[in-house]
Structure formats: structure tokens, C-alpha cells
Write a protein of this length. Structure first.
Length: 435
């Protein structure tokens, strides 16, 4: 009897444990659809659809999803990937889409006779998908393409009244003469090609409520530019990537100088954060920003406007010939609190010291600048001069951070530290961080 009792107790214990596991497992399934949808929204769409295999409770959930994340790397064969995206968009309900993200980052290998050929997703199919999600009032829209390709993004994107977030990575952009994006708050155009500056002006002029802007642009002399598009290029055609040629950039720079170029864009009243090429700061569009990142190595900066609200400025790269512009920029940013220069390219363009008369010290140095960071430091005279100028004139500076470049040896690094440490400091509380 004792043995039977112990066996029964053990069986009951195992049964209770099993029932407990079932209860715990069912807790997720018992959650409301809205919460399950939120959980699934963080997964790629392929994995979301796979949850339908879990139980009858999960089976219908993906049909009512409002977020879609497709990436061709998740499915090996091109025809399977195309069929999968087609099926999901066709079988999903017709409710508005919160987020659509499409990444086509690879070529699919297909056997052709005795050889292999590389196939990407046809652009006509991509345009069908884009039209579908725009029709369903998409709010967050992302396209990312392989580095070997440029897809012509259809112009309908730029007249979608519901888009709040727009991110394009490696595309040719068809910008219509009239752009209307009344809901757009965030726009990132990375490695995107435009035919000319006028298209950029049209685009930004149609984004009245834009709050965050990232631009990394190239210039396309081969078409893909809305009404100026060549007749022999159909919208959405896939083309091999053309290099971001320096000669092409130089032609644009020469055009700027010859015509006294100014990008005519009205102030973007709601824009607070921007990462843009340096030529854009001559326009009124950016004058309300508080955070600004610039690349100033491509073309000289002229006529810097007043940035009354700017508190954080980051310069990704700067030619030494433009170093004197730094003082002008400080003078135009009276409330600047943080200045970061990632790297200074040293050539033969530097023409002297940055030292200004004491009475002409920029206002931000006297009362606001608290942090200064200089990266890629190798101890060149121009690098030392700008660090010395900031340390000597910034009255409320808390931290100056010097990040040495990879090409400096231990001896030179030590000498750089000694030179910088010996500089007079305008702020008693300033700390020098050197690494």
C-alpha cells in the first residue's frame, strides 16, 4: 500500500506539473488580439506567418496584422519570396497598414542551362507591392535595396497623405513637380539619387511638418527624375549601380559657384533634427533645428545663416581648407552646447590660425558651449589650433575630448597630450580627455 501511495503521489505531482505548464503556455494565447498583434509586430513577417502553426488560436492573427517586414534573405529562392509577399498582401485584410518594410539585399542564383545567372526581384513586382501598401494608407514606409542596384521609386510615394515615416536606401527618386506629404514627420534618404537640386527643393517644400531629416544624396545624370525621366526608361526599372563619381560631384559644385547657387526652400518650422550635406545650410529650411550633422568635405560653405535654436552640432568630416568656417559657424549658433568634429582631412588648404580678437569671441563660447570632441587626431597644426582655440575661449566648457587616429604612434601621442595639456583654458572646470 505504501508503494502504491508513493506511486500515486508521484503521478499526481507529474500531472499537476503538466497542467501547470499548459496553463503557463496558454497565458500568451489568452491575451487579447491587440496585444498579440503588438508582440508579433516586432517579428519579420515570415516568422509571424509561421506562428499560425502553433494552434487554431494563432492561425488567423497574421491575416489582421498591420505591420509587414519582408526581407529576401529569409527565403532562398526568388520565386518563393515573390509568391510569399504576394500571398501575404493579398490575404491580409484591408485595414490601414501601420508599417511596411521591404529589404531586397541579394541576388537569387538560378540555373540557366549549364550556367548560373543572378536574378533580383523584378521592379514591376516591387511597384505592385508599393502601390498596394500606398492604397492601404501606409504610415511607416521603408525600402532598402542591394548595393548593386538602383530601383526607381514611383512618384506616388510623394503624394501619400498618410505616410509619417519615409526611409529609402539606394533608390532613384521620381520627384513630381508637386509634392504633398502633409503627415510626414521623419524622412531618411540614404544613397538616394536625384537628377538635380530643383527636385530636392520640390521634395522638401512638400514636407511642411517634417521633424527629422537625413540626406545622403547622389546626383543622377541618367534619368529617374519625374517629368525629366528619359523615354526609354520605364518607372521602376532596375539598373546597375553607378559609382558615386567625384567628377559628377565636381560638376555640381562648379554649377553652384557659376550660378551663385542658393537652394530656395522655405523654413521647415517643425524640423528639429537634420543630417544633411553642407550645401543645404545656405537655405532657410534648417534654421529651426536643435541638432544638426553636416558633411563639409565636399564643397565650401558660404553665407552661414543664423541658427538661434541649435544646441548640438556634429561635423562628420571637414577639409582643413574649411577650418576657418568653424568660427563663423560658432558665431551663427549663439546657443550651441555641444560641438563634435569626427575627423579633419589634412591637405594643403589651411591658411592660418583660427585665433580671433578677444572682443570677437562667438557668443556660444562665452556662455553655452559645454562639450567639444575632436576625432581622428594626429597632431597636425590645424588640429591643434582648433583645439587650442576652443579651450582658450570657451568660458563654460566642461569637457574637451580628443580621440587619436589609428596612425599615430605612442611617442607622438604622448607629445600631443603634453602640447594640449599646456594650453590655457578659459574654463576652470574644463577637463581634457585624451585617448
Amino acid at each position: 500500500m505504501a508503494r502504491i501511495g508513493r506511486r500515486n503521489l508521484k503521478t499526481m505531482s507529474e500531472r499537476e506539473k503538466s497542467e501547470s505548464e499548459v496553463i503557463v503556455g496558454d497565458r500568451i494565447s489568452s491575451l487579447p488580439d491587440s496585444l498579440l498583434h503588438h508582440i508579433l509586430s516586432f517579428l519579420p513577417t515570415r516568422e509571424v506567418v509561421a506562428t499560425s502553426l502553433l494552434s487554431k488560436r494563432w492561425r488567423p492573427l497574421w491575416h489582421s496584422m498591420r505591420t509587414f517586414d519582408f526581407e529576401d534573405r529569409a527565403i532562398y529562392r526568388r520565386d518563393f519570396f515573390i509568391q510569399f509577399v504576394d500571398a501575404v498582401l493579398l490575404m491580409a485584410d484591408s485595414k490601414p497598414i501601420e508599417k511596411f518594410r521591404l529589404k531586397c539585399l541579394r541576388f537569387f542564383v538560378q540555373l540557366k542551362g549549364k550556367s548560373f545567372e543572378y536574378k533580383s526581384v523584378p521592379s514591376t513586382r516591387i511597384n505592385i507591392w508599393i502601390s498596394t501598401v500606398i492604397h492601404r494608407k501606409v504610415e511607416h514606409f521603408e525600402l532598402c535595396f542591394d548595393y548593386n542596384e538602383y530601383i526607381v521609386a514611383p512618384s506616388s510615394i510623394f503624394n501619400c497623405s498618410t505616410i509619417r515615416v519615409l526611409k529609402l536606401d539606394r533608390a532613384r527618386v521620381n520627384v513630381p513637380s508637386s509634392v504633398r506629404l502633409p503627415s510626414l514627420k521623419v524622412m531618411h534618404l540614404v544613397k538616394v539619387k536625384l537628377p538635380n537640386y530643383e527636385c530636392l527643393a520640390n521634395l522638401l517644400s512638400g514636407c511642411a511638418f517634417l521633424q527629422e531629416l537625413v540626406l545622403d544624396l547622389g546626383w543622377d545624370d541618367g534619368g529617374g527624375g519625374g517629368e525629366e525621366e528619359k523615354e526609354d526608361r520605364e518607372e521602376g526599372e532596375v539598373e546597375e549601380e553607378e559609382e558615386w563619381e567625384e567628377e559628377e560631384e565636381e560638376e555640381w559644385e562648379e554649377e553652384e559657384e557659376e550660378e551663385g547657387f542658393t537652394l530656395n526652400i522655405e523654413k521647415l518650422e517643425h524640423l528639429v533634427s537634420a543630417s544633411v550635406p553642407s550645401f543645404l545650410i545656405t537655405s532657410k529650411a534648417l534654421t529651426n533645428v536643435t541638432h544638426l550633422q553636416l558633411n563639409v568635405d565636399e564643397s565650401p560653405v558660404r553665407d552661414t545663416p543664423k541658427f538661434d535654436k541649435l544646441t548640438h552640432l556634429k561635423i562628420s568630416s571637414l577639409d582643413d581648407e574649411h577650418l576657418n568656417w568653424i568660427v563663423e559657424c560658432l558665431r551663427s549658433s549663439p546657443k550651441l552646447e555641444s560641438l563634435v568634429i569626427n575627423e579633419i582631412y589634412v591637405g594643403c588648404g589651411w591658411e592660418g590660425a583660427l585665433i580671433e580678437p578677444k572682443l570677437d569671441v562667438p557668443q556660444c563660447l562665452s556662455s553655452h558651449l559645454k562639450e567639444f570632441t575632436l576625432g581622428g587626431y594626429l597632431g597636425w597644426e590645424c588640429e591643434f589650433e582648433i583645439a587650442r582655440y576652443i579651450m582658450e575661449n570657451a568660458r563654460v566648457l566642461r569637457t574637451i575630448t580628443i580621440l587619436c587616429g589609428d596612425d599615430i604612434d605612442a611617442s607622438d601621442k604622448y607629445n600631443c597630450l603634453i602640447d594640449l595639456a599646456s594650453c590655457p583654458r578659459g574654463s576652470e572646470n574644463c577637463r581634457l580627455l585624451f585617448s
